[in-house]
Design a binder for this molecule. Structure first.
Ligand code: FE
Length: 338
């Protein structure tokens, strides 16, 4: 509903509210839109008395809006997905550091940067067709370039942040030259030109149009949990692999956020970010989208995710992925991975 309001009217409204209400309100710009997040916000308000005014939007559009609003932005906190996007927001100078011993202690060092924090993790997994592809052939991301997989590989666009962040991780682990060879190999193995989202790739693997694909773990969990007969049939036809268990671990990406530089309610912003790191919020925040909490002491029971088994994640600092994202994009462009 909020998306239908005129942005300028809404901005003026939020600014007016913020100016008069001190820190009894928080203006949250979020690219998350899960039902379970509602309960999360209600609990925060119950615990602190701070009301949340939420603006939902697409990741890139929200960032653009914060940038355009500049010093007049009513936004206190920005929540989005993908480490490279968070890093881009940081580079644009929209975030401000938060003084918080709670955040310093609870968010692991490899899941934060100077101005933003990850609050949940998701893994990029390999999905294969059980009839068409021998799982021994696809244990690592690097394997997707193997000549044996000619005509079998499907992915969403190479320009999508999920694939760019994976490319950025490959560059840091294997080097730029090997990553370029890899990208060329992947393109040479395509069953079809990249199209659709991760769920479309999983369905295409199940249908046999593709032999192997990559997808984020929460899309896999969502299909496992689906009650639709066609989704249940699809998930019987595919196998899931945690890639690179014998080498550098499975690539993980994050959803996260930070306080904005021009936040009118900085105290409320700090409290909200600390709340997201609390045991209760971590479980809600992560599980609402079938993700994992970042706070080590917090565990969630998610049957769909648990059914995939335990795995070792890449311990690369997600805040450093953005250092090689632009290079990944250039490499993918040269390889024709669009
Ligand atoms: Fe997604």
């Amino acid at each position: 509903m909020t998306r239908k309001l005129l942005p300028t009217v809404l901005t003026a409204l939020l600014t007016a509210v913020g100016a008069h209400a001190a820190d009894t309100e928080l203006n949250l710009y979020t690219a998350r839109h899960y039902q379970t997040d509602e309960a999360l916000y209600a609990n925060f308000t119950k615990a602190t008395g701070i009301k949340i005014n939420r603006i939902e939007g697409k990741e890139d559009a929200l960032l653009e809006r914060i940038k355009n609003e500049g010093a007049n932005s009513p936004a206190d906190v920005f929540i989005t997905v993908d480490a490279s996007r968070l890093a881009k927001a940081d580079e644009l100078g929209v975030f401000a550091p938060v003084e918080s011993s709670v955040l310093a202690e609870r968010i692991p060092a490899n899941l934060k940067a100077d101005t933003w924090y990850a609050f949940s993790t998701r893994a990029r997994v390999i999905v294969y067709n059980k009839v068409d592809v021998d799982p021994k052939l696809v244990q690592n991301y690097e394997d997707l370039a193997r000549p044996e997989l000619k005509g079998k590989v499907c992915t969403r666009s190479g320009s999508h942040p999920y694939n760019l962040s994976l490319g950025a991780a490959l560059i840091q682990h294997d080097g730029a030259a090997a990553t370029e060879q890899w990208a060329k190999g992947v393109v040479a193995n395509f069953a079809r030109d990249p199209k659709g989202g991760d769920t479309d790739q999983i369905r295409a693997v199940a249908a046999g149009e593709c032999g192997v694909a990559i997808a984020n773990s929460y899309y896999v969990a969502r299909l496992i949990n689906s009650t639709k007969p066609e989704d249940q049939a699809a998930m019987k036809a595919v196998g899931i692999i945690w890639p690179n268990q014998a080498t550098w671990g499975t690539h993980v990406n994050v959803s996260g956020g930070g306080m904005l530089k021009y936040a009118p309610h900085k105290e409320a912003a700090r409290k909200f970010l600390e709340y997201l790191a609390s045991d209760e919020a971590q479980a809600y925040f992560a599980n609402g989208n079938n993700e994992w909490p970042v706070v080590k002491s917090v565990t969630v029971k998610n049957a769909a995710l648990d059914s995939l088994g335990a795995f070792r994640m890449d311990d690369l600092n997600v805040g450093t992925l953005s250092k090689t994202t632009a290079e990944a994009q250039m490499i993918f462009d040269r390889a024709g991975y669009r």
